[in-house]
Ligand binder design. Structure first.
Ligand code: OSB
Ligand code: MG
Length: 369
């Protein structure tokens, strides 16, 4: 790959509705769109997923910028790259900062696929031409409000419902939803809001036939998750705790989870996502693709990843219109009968909507490689 330059665009977009988790609410989203251009003028696209505040992981929009500009882009330009898999090792001297790494690596993958005139999902070894999708719904003001929202998303065809929980908004909410929708594939996500002292409380969730409980305990406490999993029947799925291939291996080995949520940004890119996926396939651990309220470019990467065979559960990759009044890609991502059709065009398979990209760009910088 003959790289020429990289353009970092910082965008600001506003969600259609606030999204509330146990750790805070989102309405505005700032992030970077990475355009990596080769000497022939072909562009590959990546999107950073860190939020403005370090609530979900320690990274932020600002740390992403610092890492990309001062460390990762210089490493990228240091010597030639033949295949995107080399990026993981190239960036390894930089500790963590996985979302910054993944943003750049995503652009390298897209460019690689475009240079080979093939869709990104095929470059990754994906096998599906459509993917099953679910929806993640934030904490609502009342169970009635939540039940209404769920109804609307079920009408749109989403194949599983994930609801956010936190202490004080958990068992009663799940009970109300279950009473109303006895058979809907349902799961909960606590975003680390509990401790092991809550294990008897969480055990009550076993009565509601949930697909899983996502990240009940602390981001850095895999051991307690293993203890909790022995006490509850509901499968634990880890999100925040899995930041590398080694985390996934260890979590499975000690029984800290039965399912893994793979987020490209959180684990540091598509190459490591694939490695985790392949390992989970060997260990018969189902995986699904998580979301970070992405705009179209990040969403397209999630779609491509989800085509790998062990993504056997519907993920959080909803359609563009669930988040935005206007997305930065064309066509926008649409969901029909709970499925997204995987695009067959080269690279991420969607075109950049330049009007939207320019409208949402707040700053732009070109860096020669
Ligand atoms: O835990 O998966 C999470 C959104 C922001 C931060 C963390 C999470 C989420 C979601 C929504 O659940 C995923 C999406 O729809 O993109
Ligand atoms: Mg989660």
């Amino acid at each position: 790959m003959d790289l020429d330059h990289i353009i970092l665009r910082k965008l600001k977009m506003t969600l259609r509705d606030p999204f509330t988790t146990s750790f805070g609410s989102f309405i505005d989203k700032e992030f970077f769109v990475i355009e990596l251009v080769n000497v022939s003028g072909i562009s590959g696209w990546g999107e950073s997923v860190a939020f403005s505040s370090p609530w979900y992981t320690e990274e932020t929009v600002q740390t992403t910028e610092h890492m990309m500009k001062d460390f990762l882009i210089p490493l990228l330009g240091q010597k030639p790259i033949h295949h995107p898999d080399e990026i993981l090792e190239r960036f390894a001297p930089i500790r963590r900062n996985n979302m910054a790494k993944a943003a750049i690596e995503g652009a390298v993958w897209d460019l690689y696929a475009r240079e080979h005139n093939q869709p990104l999902y095929k470059s990754l070894g994906g096998e599906k031409n459509k993917i099953d999708v679910g929806i993640s719904i934030g904490i609502q003001s009342s169970p009635d409000e939540l039940i209404k929202k769920i109804g609307a998303f079920l009408d749109q065809g989403y194949k599983r419902i994930k609801i956010k929980i936190k202490p004080g908004k958990d068992i009663d909410v799940v009970k109300a939803v279950r009473d109303h929708y006895p058979d809907v594939p349902l799961m909960v996500d606590a975003n680390s809001a509990y401790t092991l002292e809550d294990s008897q409380h969480l055990k009550q969730l076993d009565d509601y036939n949930l697909l899983m409980i996502e990240q009940p305990l602390s981001h850095d406490d895999m051991i307690d998750h293993a203890v909790l999993q022995k006490q509850i029947k509901t499968p634990i799925c880890l999100d925040e705790s899995i930041n590398s291939f080694e985390d996934a291996r260890k979590a499975i080995d000690i029984g800290a989870c039965k399912i893994i949520n793979i987020k490209i940004g959180r684990v540091g890119g598509l190459t490591v996502s694939k490695k985790i996926h392949d390992y989970c396939a060997k260990r018969a651990i189902p995986v699904w693709c998580g979301g970070m309220l992405e705009a179209g470019i990040g969403r397209a990467h999630n779609i491509a990843l989800t085509t790998l065979s062990q993504f056997t559960l519907p993920g959080d990759t909803a359609g563009s219109s669930r988040y935005w009044t206007q997305d930065i890609i064309t066509p926008e991502v649409t969901v029909k009968n709970g499925e997204i059709k995987v695009p067959e065009e080269p690279g991420i398979g969607y075109k950049i909507n330049w009007d939207a990209l320019e409208k949402f760009t707040v700053s732009e910088e070109k860096i020669k490689l």
